[in-house]
Design a binder for this molecule. Structure first.
Ligand code: NAG
Ligand code: NAG
Ligand code: NAG
Ligand code: NAG
Ligand code: NAG
Length: 459
């Protein structure tokens, strides 16, 4: 009954919707953060890795749909067949003394939150839940604080023990997952390769009601979008970069915030640079200007407008470290699919992967269709080149960044690691499988994205 009372107090408070507020930044900083891939060290087969990546990409595309912008957030109405979409976990600690968190690195949202006691509804996690009372540096932010005002949806909590005007947030994702709790301020502690960096006064959500599709080994989400509450915004960094190791490797990846990233050391080929575009209808996503796609020697007949943001701020092309395989609008995917079928000299098969190969996460069925080519013993079939043309930059993918070799029913196949988005979405998402072994720098000060091939296990 007490849990129900807390939940009602949280959700019945009058919701105020805002979109135009800004938050003040706290600290300028440099941070090196270790990332682990969600499937690393689990002993999964290549076939399982491919299917899980495909299913997560599909779930991810649903999560990135426009989030519930205003009005009341009703928990419990999840989109059908959604599964956890976590790709990389970011490891750091919050509070004094530090309490460890491992958060889903998400360039598609802004709020950083972790599950907190007392849980009204929490999912299982490997680490202890965050206990606010244990931190001597924690404070609950008041409703009138700029960071509370920067939330898309918040209200004033009058709960006993939380102060008389505590900032209560409800943050929803496009797949209807939602987290609700208090917006707090505390010290974040990042342990890099050598040094520990402390960032005091960081706003984060202490989620006591967390409902939806979250991977059980994460404790919440780290928001790396472009909005005022995101980690790069709060840390006041001018840039960040990452270099992701291949998902079949065990070497961890690194994420650098505000450190000088020398793209020329350890690089292969020319550094490519393209503008980062801001969506006037919502600051969060990192939009790019994609112009076209080439398969083999054929530039596909796709109007450029297909990849462009609409005047209502919908669709367009984003780069996202939280999506595995690149997701293309259905019609675009069909053209790419058919070009591969026409140009590869081996028998094509569309595999329909339905059931989840690893039952520990979820029972949800997320059917995904993957284009594969049968490979005769000993052969490595030639595949056409796959090139993405951006304004001012060319992403000429190495084979291992778009093909994936698997064994199925005792035979070898090479599969195209791209997905089609759901009906009703024209969003193109450049995913992390296509960014493996590439140094990717987001220059927030100059609004530019640069990338170059690199050996990420040596960065
Ligand atoms: C949180 O920490 C406080 C202070 O040590 C402790 O009294 C309380 O029992 C803890 N809460 C839970 C639910 O463990
Ligand atoms: C879950 O997290 C714990 C603690 O960080 C770690 O020891 C464990 O290996 C993780 N499990 C998986 C399946 O990633
Ligand atoms: C990234 O930003 C830092 C300061 O925040 C700056 O010193 C560094 O030169 C920048 N790196 C690049 C590659 O722009
Ligand atoms: C599949 O490919 C691997 C690696 O090239 C090879 O060792 C294996 O024998 C092949 N399996 C079949 C059934 O052809
Ligand atoms: C997606 O784009 C196509 C072609 O431009 C258009 O006909 C369709 O209405 C769009 N769908 C959505 C959901 O915006």
């Amino acid at each position: 009954m007490q849990k129900l009372a807390i939940l009602l107090a949280l959700l019945s408070a009058t919701a105020i919707s805002r979109s135009d507020a800004t938050a003040t930044a706290t600290a300028a900083a440099a941070v090196r953060m270790q990332l682990t891939h969600t499937d690393a060290g689990r002993g999964l087969s290549r076939r399982e890795l491919l299917q899980r990546m495909a299913q997560r990409s599909k779930a991810r595309a649903a999560r990135l749909l426009p989030r519930i912008a205003s009005g009341s957030v009703t928990p419990g109405q999840l989109a059908d067949g959604v599964i956890p979409d976590t790709e990389y976990l970011a490891h750091f600690a919050i509070g004094t003394p530090p309490q460890a968190v491992q958060l889903d690195l998400d360039t598609g949202s802004d709020l950083t939150w972790t599950q907190c006691l007392p849980c009204v509804s929490c999912f299982d996690q490997a680490l202890p839940y965050f206990n606010m009372s244990l931190s001597s540096t924690l404070s609950v932010l008041p409703c009138a604080s700029p960071k509370c005002q920067a939330l898309p949806l918040s209200s004033c909590g009058k709960q006993k023990g939380w102060g008389h005007d505590a900032c209560v947030y409800a943050y929803a994702y496009g797949d209807k997952s939602v987290t609700t709790g208090l917006l707090n301020s505390d010290t974040f502690r990042f342990t890099g390769a050598a040094e520990c960096m402390e960032a005091p006064g960081m706003a984060f959500g202490c989620g006591v009601f967390n409902n939806g599709v979250f991977y059980s080994n994460e404790t919440g989400v780290a928001g790396f979008g472009r909005g005022p509450l995101s980690l790069p915004s709060q840390l006041k960094v001018d840039n960040f970069s990452y270099c992701l190791t291949a998902i079949t490797e065990s070497t961890p990846s690194y994420f650098l915030l505000g450190l000088p990233a020398n793209l020329h050391s350890n690089a292969h080929g020319a550094v490519q640079t393209t503008p980062l575009i801001q969506n006037p209808k919502g600051p969060t996503f990192y939009h790019l200007s994609l112009k076209g796609i080439t398969v083999g020697s054929t530039r596909l007949p796709i109007p450029e407008s297909t990849f462009r943001l609409t005047t209502k701020g919908k669709g367009g092309t984003i780069i996202d470290s939280g999506t595995g395989m690149t997701v293309l609008p259905m019609e675009v995917y069909k053209l790419v699919h058919d070009a591969f079928v026409a140009q590869v000299k081996f028998p094509a098969r569309d595999f329909l992967f339905e059931t989840n190969p690893v039952q520990d996460l979820t029972d949800a069925k997320v059917p995904v269709s993957q284009l594969c080519f049968s490979v005769p013993p000993g052969a490595k079939p030639a595949v056409p080149k796959l090139v993405f043309h951006f304004e001012g930059a060319t992403l000429d993918l190495p084979r291992e960044n778009y093909m994936f070799e698997i064994e199925e029913a005792g035979r070898n196949f090479t599969c195209l690691a791209l997905n089609a988005g759901g009906a009703g979405s024209n969003l193109t998402i450049i995913g992390n499988y296509q960014q493996q072994n590439m140094h990717v720098l987001y220059d927030l000060a100059k609004n530019k994205l640069s990338f170059v091939r690199a050996h990420c296990d040596k960065v």
